[in-house]
Unconditional design. Structure first.
Length: 192
């Protein structure tokens, strides 16, 4: 991601003026974080749906660019609001809320960073545990955690994206972290 989010409103204005490259720069900047957010919110086995919702999100950004108001929220908070709404719309249409992780799906997304097979196995198990713990969080806590940890949004931006106060966003993040610490502590205790 480029490091100057202050340029985002200018890029969006340039897009409105017909500059295709401006929109491409915005997309390149936020493509990966927005996809990861959508993928994590949907849970395992939903890659095709995540790709569809990711595309729908960016189409909505392009179509509603004129409604963006930098005085109300930074671009990335606006973008993640759109992405979050697309995920919620999907949940409502499907009448589902994924709560558990498929270990086979989680294992496929964990890199093998350790040099030894034992370290690789330990790393994979920890990764599976962490992914399962994140995906088992209540949806609002999961959203706050993913926006903060993976997308790098501030508490203020999370609050804007989710339509809550900063204190509520802070509470959701605090509860998510607490539950994740407990899940990891339980995992460590099981291996001692």
């Amino acid at each position: 991601m480029e490091s100057d989010p202050t340029a985002d409103p200018e890029l969006l204005r340039a897009h409105l003026g017909g500059d295709v490259q401006a929109f491409a720069r915005l997309y390149d900047r936020y493509d990966q974080p927005s996809f990861v957010f959508i993928r994590r919110m949907l849970g395992p086995g939903q890659t095709a749906a995540a790709e569809d919702l990711h595309q729908d999100t960016w189409l909505a950004v392009a179509r509603t660019a004129a409604s963006f108001d930098a005085a109300k929220a930074p671009f990335r908070a606006w973008l993640f609001t759109i992405a979050r709404n697309k995920v919620w719309d999907h949940f409502r249409r499907q009448k589902i809320v994924p709560l558990a992780v498929d270990p086979a799906d989680a294992a496929m997304s964990i890199p093998d960073p350790g040099p030894s097979p034992f370290e690789q196995l330990a790393s994979r198990e920890l990764g599976e545990t962490l992914i399962a713990a994140v995906e088992a969080l209540p949806i609002e806590q999961r959203g706050a955690f993913v926006m903060f940890a993976q997308a790098g949004l501030s508490l203020e931006e999370i609050a804007q994206a989710t339509g809550v106060t900063v204190e509520t966003a802070k509470s959701r993040l605090r509860y998510a972290r607490s539950k994740l610490r407990q899940a990891l502590a339980d995992e460590r205790a099981a291996h001692v």
